[in-house]
Design a protein around this ligand. Sequence first.
Ligand SMILES: Nc1ncnc2c1ncn2[C@@H]1O[C@H](COP(=O)(O)OP(=O)(O)OP(=O)(O)O)[C@@H](O)[C@H]1O
Ligand SMILES: [Mg+2]
Length: 460
Amino acid sequence: MSARLLIVDDEESLLQFLELMFSEIGYEVTTASGVEEAKRRLSDSGFDLVLCDITMPDGSGLDLLREIRSDEDRRTAVIMMTAYTSTESAVEAMKAGAYDYVSKPFDVEELKLLVERALEKTELYQENVYLRRELQERYTFSNIIGRSGRMQSIFALVERISRTPSTVLIRGESGTGKELIARAIHFNSPRSRARFLSINCGALPENLLESELFGHERGSFTGAVREKQGLFQEASGGTLFLDEIGEMTPSMQVKLLRALQEKKVRRVGGTREEDVDVRIIAATNQDLEEQIRNGSFREDLFYRINVIPIHLPALRRRREDIPLLADHFVRKYSSELGTEPVRFSVEAMRMLERYEWPGNVRELENVVERTLALQSGSVVTASDLPAIIANQSEPDEEIRLPEEGLDLEQFLDDIRRRLMSEALDRCDGVQTQAAELLGMSFRSFRYYAKKMQLAPTRDD
Ligand SMILES: Nc1ncnc2c1ncn2[C@@H]1O[C@H](COP(=O)(O)OP(=O)(O)OP(=O)(O)O)[C@@H](O)[C@H]1O
Ligand SMILES: [Mg+2]
């Protein structure tokens, strides 16, 4: 697509000359002979560049410039033309956001070059806007699926806290989307233009983790052949995601705590302190409170990072999200595989919804990917699903006394437990609602829930 130019000048002959010249180069040119006409043209369509005279009978080109610039979407470059060397209006034009200005009479080749360069810049700018949008989109809510009440309140929380600089601790079982949420926080925050860097604190031995985080000086240990910046510096202005923070060794915890408290880091083998400016998001699937009790996690570090806690519920606690997620992954993988999107039969979907998903969303994603890769028809039936999902036994429909007899109390307890757990799932863990669903009093629901350890639940 060729670039679109709007040329504004009250001098008819100059207007014609410029129109002819720029059309010949291949631009799409529109002309306007005054401020009012230019405003009309601008409202009809978007231009990549406006070449605009300053002094015109029906107004000033500077007002037009300001109007263009007041548009949020700053994609139009503006070059001003001044009738004579009037430094004052040139300065004013630059201040108001013109890309550049030329003084009449101008050198035609110079003007061509200037226009070309200005357009390159807007193209680059637009490309950047586009890339940034794409990145943002990948981690904004359009790609994070969840209609369950719990996920909806997490989205609302994420939106609110994105704007703050506070440290966030994301907890949840493996595969519940901790990293996805961390990225969403970053890409929705004022830090989104700087980097999001992530490190798995459990994957490296302590000395390597320290040098990854804080950097090292040359020769500070065998293998440190050159100096290296740490992630705290590399993510400067951005976000550092400390994954599996529960796996950090106690002495590393001390070093991290110091860095967070003092907002300064010192490289391994170094003496100089460097200021850091990163937002920390930590994640873990471990029970940090338990780790604090048994002494493997520092309580002071816990309070430092647990400023804003987010708990991602296991997938089996928000089963209403399963069909949406399954469809989302079908779309994702069929477009990746270049195949037509398939759909799940009612029975297959019921099995997905009933399965326990110990690996949570990641497991569901893998199942969908694998199923699609092996799938030929347009409908996925129960028999296309992995055996562990397809072979789940139907819930008992009929109760019979087995040959060998049974322990009735135990049996009833089992049923009570199963129904209570299902009710909790359906009510997003809200005990009062689950109790109501089962015709139980809140007190007795709470009593049994505690006894049977139906955790985690909420009292509200
Ligand atoms: N709500 C969701 N919507 C869409 N995709 C999701 C959602 N939650 C998780 N996923 C996808 O599931 C996969 C696992 O998510 P992620 O890596 O964020 O989980 P995690 O909690 O960090 O897991 P682990 O503890 O194992 O590191 C990713 O591919 C992610 O895109
Ligand atoms: Mg993860």
